[in-house]
Design a binder for this molecule. Structure first.
Ligand code: NAD
Length: 258
């Protein structure tokens, strides 16, 4: 894919899983990419691999829940790349627990990473995008942002908030040249899903394969979605041609292929 030559992107949570795949896909489409994550080692490694491929990549440590670190990220990435045209709010985290077992700390952490992080990073780049009259902000939400399921109420509430934020900001951004959209995948083959499967194994004594099958059956998914499929949807929303796509949710549920 090409089409993003001359554009600069920040991807949060870019050290592994969907974020790393999105960073690589944006760079292969021609963009300069700054990967940011709480875990610096991972983003440094991914950026180094990308540079070996001839792609332009930078790595920054940033906890998206910390307003100071987010401000520093926006400054450092602007310095490294020139300016920010694209923001992928991908950093996220999930837990599963029945309501009675969700601690306040757990609830707040899920909200902080998924929702507050999305708010802070968007706020850090929106004004400069508006000034240039061009910008793409893509929020990585989830099917949990539009549906509910048991034992994931904190994550579901957080991703519904991300979807609500996307829709409200799409209205606020109308006519500015900046778009806000979201991707809403079902279960994706990433370390986050591996952790969910490990929890099911621990709680039920089932094997890895049995736990995965139970997870997919409950979600109505024939298979795990691949990270690069989500990345491709993200890249599509960043293209020049996607300028009229604003406030949309792109759902990926794995039902398109056997
Ligand atoms: P992952 O756990 O594999 O990777 C998450 C990345 O986010 C890591 O690089 C981690 O360092 C980073 N991160 C976590 N907390 C952070 C923080 N406070 N500040 C900065 N970075 C932080 O996750 P993934 O599966 O690739 O998920 C990425 C996004 O996609 C998340 O928002 C997740 O909710 C969403 N999502 C995942 C799935 C799935 O099945 N894996 C499905 C739908 C949506």
């Amino acid at each position: 894919m090409s089409g993003l030559e001359g554009y600069n992107a920040i991807v949060t949570g870019g050290g592994r899983g969907i974020g790393a795949a999105a960073g690589i896909a944006l760079a292969r489409a021609g963009a300069k990419v700054s990967l940011a994550a709480r875990n610096e080692t991972q983003v440094v490694e991914i950026a180094a691999e990308m540079r070996k491929e001839g792609l332009e990549a930078f790595a920054f440590r940033c906890d998206v829940t910390d307003p100071h670190q987010v401000r520093d990220l926006a400054l450092s990435a602007s310095e490294a790349m020139g300016r920010i045209d694209i923001l992928i709010n991908n950093a996220g985290t999930a837990t599963s627990n029945p309501l009675s077992r969700i601690t306040l700390a757990e609830w707040q952490h899920i909200m902080d990473v998924n929702v507050t992080g999305t708010f802070l990073c968007s706020q850090a780049v929106f004004e400069q995008m508006k000034e240039r009259r061009w910008g793409r902000i893509v929020n990585v939400a989830s099917i949990a942002g539009i549906e509910g399921d048991k034992y994931i109420s904190a994550y579901t509430a957080a991703k519904h908030a991300v979807v609500g934020f996307t829709r409200a900001m799409a209205e606020e951004a109308k006519g500015t040249g900046v778009t806000f959209n979201a991707v809403c995948p079902g279960y994706v083959d990433t370390p986050l899903t591996d952790e969910t499967i490990a929890r099911i194994m621990h709680q039920t004594g089932r094997s890895w394969q049995e736990s995965l099958s139970a997870l997919l059956e409950r979600a109505g998914q024939p298979r795990l979605i691949r990270a690069h499929e989500v990345a491709d949807a993200v890249v599509e929303l960043c293209m020049e041609a996607a300028g009229h796509t604003n406030g949309e949710l792109v759902v990926l549920d794995g039902t398109d292929t056997p």
